[in-house]
Design a protein around this ligand. Structure first.
Ligand SMILES: Cc1ncc(COP(=O)(O)O)c(C=O)c1O
Length: 256
């Protein structure tokens, strides 16, 4: 999806109905040019759906860039407190696609319970503050571990070295999000050891909550995964950024 020519070649005019992208995308934080892909999708009569969970509505507005549907896992930043499972679809207008979605939702019974809805509304009141703080901390952590002894690579779209940085800087307003990945010198065993050594970061797979999470991504995805085995995925929360950095440093120092 980050190669527009390859995407263009893969689409079939008149028969491709949906182009679905995630940007920044797990777990390398690959960036897709939303406006460019919207043009390509519309050119063959398809619609563009953007999973914008990681960017959040604070940093990116895919509808303004030409997307037709935006999806958020509201489980993540929108709720922000790791205690709700919810999702959200947003369309530009109440068109035929929207009517199909609304029908599938009501006839399938995918209706949020009142307690979950109340928690989600409460979480969203602080969305703009939480994601800005977490994104600033993520940038600080990313910069800190570039050129760090046991780190092979820091993957974060806010770093100029990231292949998607230029496009991210155009389509993300005010921050690059709070997800990043570290590739650990020593491969899989070293990465797993670092994840085991941290004390403040919690080992878990979700993202977007107030607590910072770390996971060995390849283990979560299983043997067929293309994810590098030395990669740790980090979801930066709202703890003090120096505590988070100190914790990673002590975890790294324990690895031979
Ligand atoms: C980018 C992204 N989209 C969608 C999902 C699915 O969300 P949920 O856990 O709310 O089903 C996840 C996480 O699981 C995610 O990281």
């Amino acid at each position: 999806m980050s190669d527009p020519a390859a995407l263009e070649a893969a689409l079939l005019k008149g028969s491709t109905r949906i182009v679905w992208i995630e940007t920044p995308a797990n777990p390398l934080w690959t960036i897709t040019d939303i406006a460019r892909v919207a043009d390509i999708a519309h050119g063959v009569g398809a619609i563009l759906v953007v999973d914008s969970t990681v960017a959040t509505p604070v940093f990116t507005n895919p509808l303004a860039l030409g997307a037709d549907i935006v999806m958020h896992s509201a489980t993540k930043y929108l709720n922000g407190h790791s205690d709700v499972l919810a999702g959200m679809l947003v369309t530009r207008k109440a068109d035929e696609v929207w009517e199909q979605i609304a029908l599938a939702r009501s006839s399938g019974g995918a209706i949020l319970g009142p307690q979950q809805a109340a928690l989600l509304v409460r979480g969203m009141r602080t969305l703009h503050l939480r994601v800005r703080a977490a994104s600033e901390a993520a940038l600080t952590i990313a910069k800190h571990f570039v050129d760090y002894p046991n780190i092979v690579e820091v993957l974060y779209p806010g770093l100029e070295s990231h292949p998607g940085h230029e496009i991210a800087a155009q389509q993300m307003q005010g921050g690059f999000g709070a997800m990043l990945s570290l590739r650990i010198k020593g491969g899989e065993a070293a990465a797993i050891q670092v994840a085991a050594n941290v004390k403040i970061w919690k080992r878990a797979t979700s993202l977007g909550g107030v607590e910072s999470l770390i996971e060995h991504r390849a283990s979560m995805e299983g043997p067929a995964t293309p994810v590098p085995e030395d990669l740790l995925r980090l979801s930066v929360g709202l703890e003090h950024v120096e505590d988070l950095i100190d914790d990673l440093q002590q975890a790294l120092s324990e690895v031979s």
